[in-house]
Design a protein around this ligand. Structure first.
Ligand SMILES: [Zn+2]
Length: 423
């Protein structure tokens, strides 16, 4: 363990807590994208004081970007004395709606029993604060370092990241030669390294029917009954088949080591202006949204074919069955290799701080790493940060203060290894 670095972080413990609380007090709720600009400006002011060059970059024209809700990102960079590698810490500043069930004010940053409470405490303002403290401590101990350090606070991760990391990646902010290594301090536990995530296919299936008076259904064609046949086939064939697919990816939790599919919603009949009264008609349309999570071993075209082959067969079996299918979102599964530099460096930090081997995991859901890989074409990227993933998006979300301090040490050590150019 690097004692100087460790002490430099320990003495910033109160600063780390204060910074986390300050960040929680910006209610950066998404949607709609509240308070992005003041939060980004606050981070910029902080990092300017520590010697960083800062830029505010608006995701112009991206989903949700308006003058009322500008998609304001902050990117800060500190260039060392000499040229070398660049390490980038990327955190999203947006949080989900607080929702019900809180016992404390979700935007106050209450400190209690060694924890900071608030919406975004673990996902991921605690991680952002820890990365800032890690960088500041590193700059104090190693002022003559070679290379560059970047810290960004980006928007809209919770809604797909289009105005945030995707936008910046399209402008070259997440590509070589500007950046070499990226650490995303998402809450995946302080002794775990997250290498990537499963793939996603969201789609909407619509069954078509024919409208008629509800008293004479034989004159029409019921789209809801057609959808019932679809669901029945999914239950009997698709779900059992998905359950059998196991991956070599170390996905957590255990249940997510298989292919999964959620039925997100189903809407049938004339309910668009639903008043509580039942529709008097035979429904001519029924829509179903599916969220299919797939594995590295699976091919997206095959994933789609599993669904469409069932729909095509029903077209033969059921007279008048017609369907449409529309893609909503596609994300390829991702896994950074274990011998990648950023993985090796952070693993070394975990060994030094905790005296044990890190656990390597894959997230069941996606996060901004997808844009860094797909748009930035940068693959030396992981998620590593304090906090417990299960607490994200829930009432009384919190982050442990000790967890933040320890993970800041890991980040600072990882930074030291990467900037030393030894791997
Ligand atoms: Zn997050």
């Amino acid at each position: 363990m690097d004692e100087k670095l460790s002490r430099a972080i320990e003495k910033r413990r109160d600063d780390l807590v204060a910074l986390t609380r300050d960040l929680i007090r910006f209610p950066t709720v998404n949607p709609p994208g509240e308070a992005y600009t003041p939060c980004a400006e606050f981070i910029a002011q902080r990092l300017k004081k520590s010697g960083f060059e800062t830029q505010l970059i608006r995701g112009e024209g991206t989903p949700g970007d308006t003058d009322r809700y500008p998609r304001t990102n902050i990117v800060a960079r500190f260039d060392g004395r000499t040229h070398g590698q660049t390490v980038h810490f990327n955190s999203h500043i947006d949080v989900v709606d607080a929702g019900e069930g809180w016992t404390v004010d979700p935007f106050e940053g209450v400190v209690k029993d060694g924890k900071v409470y608030g919406r975004g405490a673990c996902d991921m303002k605690g991680g952002l604060a820890a990365s800032i403290i890690a960088a500041e401590a590193f700059l104090e101990v190693y002022p003559d370092f070679a290379g560059s350090i970047e810290i960004s606070g980006t928007v809209d991760e919770e809604s797909g990241g289009f105005g945030g990391v995707a936008y910046l990646a399209s402008k070259g902010f997440f590509s070589k030669p500007r950046v070499d290594h990226v650490i995303i301090p998402e809450p995946l536990n302080k002794d775990r390294i997250c290498l990537g995530h499963r793939g996603v296919w969201w789609a909407e299936i619509e069954t078509k029917g024919e409208i008629a008076h509800g008293s004479m259904p034989f004159l029409g064609d019921c789209a809801v009954r057609h959808m019932g046949a679809v669901l029945d086939a999914f239950e009997k064939e698709l779900f059992p088949a998905l359950d059998k697919k196991q991956t070599r990816m170390p996905v957590v939790p255990e249940g997510a080591k298989r292919s999964t599919m959620n039925i997100n919603s189903i809407h049938g009949g004339q309910t668009d202006d639903y008043s509580g009264l039942p529709s008097p008609n035979v429904p001519d349309s029924c829509r179903l949204t599916i969220d299919r999570r797939f594995l590295l071993e699976e091919d997206l075209a095959e994933v789609k074919r599993e669904v469409t082959s069932i729909l095509d067969r029903l077209q033969w079996e059921r007279p008048k069955f017609h369907y449409n299918i529309r893609d909503i979102m596609e994300v390829q599964p991702l896994m950074t290799e274990r011998d990648a530099p950023v993985v090796t460096a952070v693993a070394q930090g975990i060994r030094d701080v905790f005296g044990k081997e890190p656990e390597y995991v894959i997230s069941p859901g996606t996060y901004d790493q997808k844009h860094i890989a797909r748009i930035g074409l940068l693959h030396d990227c992981i998620a590593y940060g304090p906090g417990i993933l299960d607490l994200a998006h829930r009432p009384d979300e919190y982050v442990g203060i000790e967890d933040m301090v320890e993970s800041a040490k890991v980040m600072a050590l990882g930074l030291k290894v990467l900037l030393s150019g030894s791997i």
